[in-house]
Design a protein around this ligand. Structure first.
Ligand code: PLP
Length: 385
């Protein structure tokens, strides 16, 4: 039987070569030549005033939450359907997370529900670009300016996606990208903070540099560096930056290969969609996405479970995604019960992701589509179609 992995980490080609260069440079600790090359690459690619590499997207979110000035007494609205650290980064500042619903077609924040949760304590929002897509960002900007809110764009999955021609991660004051090995482009672990407002750069560099003005010292602006802000150790080593530089050279190849797989899935599965009880996770019209994931939303959680188990039995590693945060232990500690956000709870348990990586062959893709089709065949009594 074929065994098809859900993800295979991408390798672009020059990773070992650049790692060797780090050994030649004898500068391992970080914020060195490769960090600068990667940051410059991303600043040009994203057309952003400043990008700071971080050890993870989690680190970038924590940095953003500190820079946004969240603290005790503040509320920050976050969709419940997201990764843990979109919320924990907020809680770590002492602010309180307030969960809202996602739209069940796209799994991206429902802005009507978000707006209904704004109180006089609300200080900000986190918009999560699920599957490399995002919501109506003009509406986000409008809500934020109307209520005086800070916005962090969690673009963990968003590198290479566009919203009306603009790169994801550049739509709010701060954007956070992940380079975890499950993402299109990676450095094992890694991430970056995208700073979209020049006025935030100086402070961001200090908080990023353990709270010191060491970056200004390197630029020759001060003759010694010292403690200026409450910061932390946010950046990765040069080894990770060198690896990442090689990956970024392969960005276009990676995007093309993933988009080819995504298109094959879409074209063929759309045909089954018309006669079966599921729908393909929607890409909003305003997004051109980076083919980070291919999702199916079934009519019932039972059906999603059954199809997942049957695909797994056929060697196809289809997987669920996030358990909504309001249903977690910490969600309960914050006073939530599972029934508080019913749309999110239901949609999350009906969602299934198909394997998607650069090593999938045409045969693999065909096998997955064919197996899914057979499992959903209208003759099958199991699914009562
Ligand atoms: C939406 C979202 N935010 C944040 C993260 C955290 O990223 P990292 O693992 O780089 O810290 C993830 C990870 O998958 C994610 O999906």
């Amino acid at each position: 039987m074929k065994e098809i992995k859900f993800n295979v980490p991408f390798l672009a080609g020059n990773e070992r070569k650049y790692l060797d260069e780090v050994f030649q440079n004898m500068q391992f600790a970080g914020n060195g030549p490769f960090t600068n090359r990667v940051q410059s690459f991303l600043e040009a690619y994203l057309n952003a005033p400043r990008v700071l590499l971080t050890h993870s997207c989690t680190g970038a979110l924590e940095l953003a939450a500190m820079l946004a000035g969240f603290g005790p007494g503040d509320e920050v609205i976050v969709p419940s359907f997201t990764f843990v650290t979109s919320a924990s980064a907020i809680q770590r500042t002492g602010a309180t997370v307030v969960f809202c619903e996602v739209d069940q077609e796209t799994m991206i924040v429902d802005l009507v529900d978000l707006e209904s949760k704004i109180t006089e304590k609300t200080k900000g929002v986190v918009i999560v670009d699920y599957a490399g897509n995002t919501c109506n960002f003009e509406q986000v900007t409008k809500i934020c300016s109307q209520y005086g809110l800070e916005c962090i764009e969690d673009a963990a999955q968003g590198l290479g996606s566009l919203y009306k021609g603009k790169k994801l991660s550049t739509l709010a004051r701060f954007g956070a990208i992940s380079f975890h090995e499950t993402k299109n482009i990676h450095s094992g672990l890694g991430g970056c903070l995208v700073i979209n407002n020049q006025k935030d750069v100086e402070k961001a560099e200090m908080v990023w540099e353990r709270g010191t003005n060491r970056s200004a010292f390197f630029k020759g602006l001060v003759d010694k560096y010292s403690w200026q802000e409450i910061g932390s150790s946010f950046y990765p080593s040069e080894l990770q930056a060198a690896f990442l530089f090689a990956q970024l050279e392969g960005l276009e190849t990676n995007l093309k290969k993933r988009k080819d797989v995504w298109e094959s899935y879409f074209n063929e599965i759309s045909k089954i969609e018309k006669r079966s009880k599921f729908r393909i996770l929607k890409t909003p019209d305003w997004c051109e996405n980076n083919a980070h994931l291919f999702g199916l939303i079934f009519e019932t959680p039972e059906m999603a479970d059954k199809i997942r188990i049957d695909l797994n039995k056929h060697g196809i590693n289809a997987v669920i995604h996030y358990v909504p945060l309001h249903e977690s232990k910490v969600g309960a500690d914050l006073g939530y019960t599972a029934s508080d956000l019913p749309i999110t709870s239901n949609a999350a348990s009906c969602l299934l992701r198909l394997p998607l990586h650069h090593e999938l062959s045409q045969d693999d893709v065909f096998y997955i589509i064919q197996t899914l089709g057979e499992l959903l065949d209208s003759n099958s009594p199991n699914y009562r179609l």
